[in-house]
Design a protein around this ligand. Structure first.
Ligand SMILES: [Zn+2]
Length: 728
């Protein structure tokens, strides 16, 4: 057995020696090394997971290289040992009286490699019928079956690179042999055992998509980018020895690379491979002490290696980040910030600033005295936490400015609420300064800006908001291919799933022709040659574009609880979802009348900005009918083409305008829309004054769906709607 062979080999060389042989200068922790060796000794298959460029394949090759030369039966596809030639091919030869000479199989040849891809089929791994031989010798002949990579790797290693790209059904077909069960193959009656070590490499996220059965077969080794400068130096110098003479540049390269990994807008920074690449480009330019070269080499080798969340990945964003980092490293930025903000804190803070009206409104209008009161009223809020951090730092940095106040003194004063006039004045100054500095910090971070609508989120702030919202909305709900690697489940967007086959029509695309179904059809038609009527094409779900108009109720009753925030969040969620389908979204707010907030657009940032600016209309009526009419005229402005037109009404109150029959008016407008083949769905926020009946009738006339939700379920209802709109 392979397992015994590895164990013997470790025993012979000694664990320490074996380890250094296997891992060499590989920079992974001792615990991981021991874990991997234990897996090998126990004969478990191994998954090596990590981001691109972290050395997965290198490590996999090293494991494969521990195999020694062995004696095998010459020409046996399953590498039978001469003393136990028991595979179907050897048995076949034996039965025909053919002798089985032995030959030497080199250790290096005991590893078979497979590149994972979506095009890989079961036959590549297990084997396939050789048609020519089968025609002569019959399907049942041993020789008519050509074993695949899995079988050929017997008594050795099967290395599957990018195992995460292999379709699940293909992996399932090798599940039994992976579990150590004998394998059964079409033409042979008898099952036979395989003795194989499978090593797969892939990205860490793949485990989310892996079935439990499969995951069960593997032990996992995780690799990450080397982030210790000591090791990074060694790695760079090993590949780019010229760098030895320029320690300053070497340190800067490492610093720049490590900063890309910590940057708050980057999901995954530059890899180890990217780092080496950067260093060698810098050296080949021959001017590596030059700051200008440091920058231009970085711009050539780094931006495309950054992984940026989808909603933040605007044109030139990557270059911008690299510029920013290089400026930091070259010390070209001004004074240091008073407090540091980790990414999670920024995301929470940004959401709070747009969700909580107690902060959002005074901030928007620059009412800082009110804002200060709110900070004290809600000391647990993110904004107040940042404020108190800034306040602490201020008295640490400038004790003389605040009359020698220390954190201890401050705490004492808070507790007893004492203090004479002078101290009170100093306190007031400190608090005002702290608030000003807090806002300045957020401005410097590029999160807040002062615009024509007062203080609000900047472009970057909106990106943080979207980033914070997207996972909450998408995780475990639907797979949009979001946050998964490119081969994830993305396939069911875009082209659409294959749903069946039909006969070829003139004008069909050649790539939709299914060869297998065509041949089957020719056989069924008993044609000796293919004719036009044999040709079959696959049919797919067609993903037509949809123009969606969202109607958001801003009448007085939306003031309750956080309904307005949920409505805003929903609009943003819908836009995010729609953008994955390349749909266009427009938003109309309504109360007595209706107003176009943003016309049809696919610009997530712009829609988000406008949505965040929405304010309630106090004491206003609810005129659903007028809103629907407005949506129809907005849609009429856009050439329909093949796009479907869809309206989603989000409302909590019953229709109260126009006088005297608001409901009738709403229904008649829905009917007008329906006649123009515009579909309508309704989302009814259930509460005392809601009228689900009317909402249901509107959706029925509009041939859409109705959702009855509490305010907090709003976003998910709209996500569902974005999906179902495509299914119909
Ligand atoms: Zn054999």
């Amino acid at each position: 057995m392979l397992r015994d062979e590895i164990r013997r080999s470790i025993e012979q060389t000694g664990v320490a020696e074996f380890k250094s042989c296997l891992f060499g200068d590989f920079k992974i922790g001792e615990a991981e090394k021991d874990g991997l060796i234990t897996s090998l000794i126990s004969g478990h298959h191994v998954l090596i997971l990590g981001p691109p460029g972290s050395g997965k394949t290198t490590l996999a090759n090293r494991i494969a290289s521990i195999l020694k030369d062995i004696e095998v039966v010459e020409g046996c596809p399953l590498n039978c040992p001469p003393q136990d030639a028991s595979c179907p091919w050897c048995l076949d030869k034996k039965s025909r009286g053919i002798s089985l000479p032995s030959s030497l199989l080199k250790g290096a040849e005991r590893t078979k490699r497979v590149q994972g891809s979506g095009g890989l089929v079961k036959e590549d791994l297990i084997g396939d019928i050789d048609v020519e031989v089968a025609l002569v010798e019959g399907l049942r002949s041993r020789r008519a079956f050509v074993p695949g990579k899995l079988l050929r790797a017997n008594h050795g290693v099967l290395l599957i690179d990018f195992i995460d790209r292999v379709p699940e059904r293909v992996l399932n077909s090798i599940l039994y042999p992976l579990q150590g069960e004998p394998i059964t193959i079409g033409p042979f009656e008898q099952a036979f055992p395989l003795d194989i070590l499978v090593i797969g490499t892939g990205q860490a996220e793949m485990l989310n998509d892996f079935s439990l059965d499969l995951a069960d077969c593997f032990d996992v080794v995780r690799l990450d980018y080397v982030d210790k400068p000591v090791y990074q130096r060694e790695i760079i110098l090993a590949s780019v020895p010229e760098m030895t003479d320029n320690q300053v540049a070497l340190d800067r390269v490492i610093d720049i690379v490590n900063r890309t990994r910590k940057h708050e807008e980057v999901e995954r920074g530059v890899s180890t491979r990217g780092m080496v690449n950067y260093a060698s480009i810098l050296c080949s330019s021959g001017l590596n002490e030059d700051k200008r070269m440091l920058r231009s080499a970085a711009l050539v080798s780094l931006p495309h290696r950054l992984k940026i969340p989808l909603e933040a990945d605007t044109p030139a964003k990557r270059e911008e980040i690299i510029h920013e980092i290089i400026a930091e490293v070259l010390d070209e930025v001004g004074e240091e910030e008073i407090v540091t903000l980790p990414k999670e804190a920024i995301e929470d803070l940004v959401e709070e600033l747009v969700r909580e009206d107690s902060f959002r409104v005074p901030l928007k209008y620059g009412a800082f005295d009110i804002l200060l009161r709110r900070v004290k009223k809600f000391p647990e809020s993110q904004f107040a936490l940042l404020y108190s951090q800034v306040l602490q730092r201020l008295i640490e940095l400038y004790p003389e400015r605040y009359g020698g106040l220390t954190p201890e003194l401050l705490k004492e004063m808070e507790e007893v609420r004492k203090g004479d006039g002078g101290q009170k004045m100093l306190m007031g100054k400190l608090e005002a300064d702290a608030l000003g500095e807090t806002i300045a910090t957020l401005e410097k971070k590029g999160i807040l800006e002062y615009g024509k609508n007062g203080w609000g989120l900047s472009q970057r702030g909106i990106t943080f908001l979207l980033e914070g919202l997207a996972p909450k909305l998408f995780v475990d709900k639907y797979s949009y291919g979001y946050g998964k690697h490119s081969t994830g489940k993305k396939a069911n967007i875009g082209e659409g799933k294959i749903v069946g086959t039909r006969h070829f029509h003139f004008g069909d695309r050649y790539r939709d022709i299914s060869l297998r179904d065509t041949i089957r059809e020719a056989i069924r038609n008993r044609h000796a040659e293919l004719t036009r009527e044999d040709i079959k094409v696959v049919t797919k779900h067609i993903r037509t574009k949809i123009n969606i108009v969202l109607l958001v109720d801003l009448s007085g009753t939306m003031r309750q609880l956080q309904k307005l925030w949920y409505a805003k969040q929903s609009a943003i969620a819908l836009t995010l979802a729609a953008s994955y389908y390349r749909d266009h979204v427009g938003i109309i707010s309504f109360s007595n009348l209706a107003e176009v907030v943003i016309a049809l657009s696919s610009n997530i940032h712009e829609i988000t900005r406008r949505t965040l600016d929405l304010e309630l209309h106090e004491n206003a009526f609810t005129n659903i009918g007028f809103a629907i009419a407005k949506a129809c005229s907005l849609l009429a402005h856009y050439p329909k083409g093949k796009a479907k037109q869809h309206i989603i009404v989000v409302s909590d109150g019953d229709a109260t305008a126009p006088h005297p029959s608001p409901e009738k008016y709403a229904l008649s407008q829905a009917a007008v829309a329906s006649r123009r083949s515009i579909t309508i769905s309704s989302v009814c926020i259930a509460q005392q004054s809601s009228n689900p009946d009317l909402m249901r009738k509107i959706a029925k006339i509009g041939k859409g769906r109705t959702y009855l939700v509490g305010a907090e379920e709003l976003p998910s209802a709209l996500l569902e709607e974005a999906l179902s709109a495509h299914a119909t």
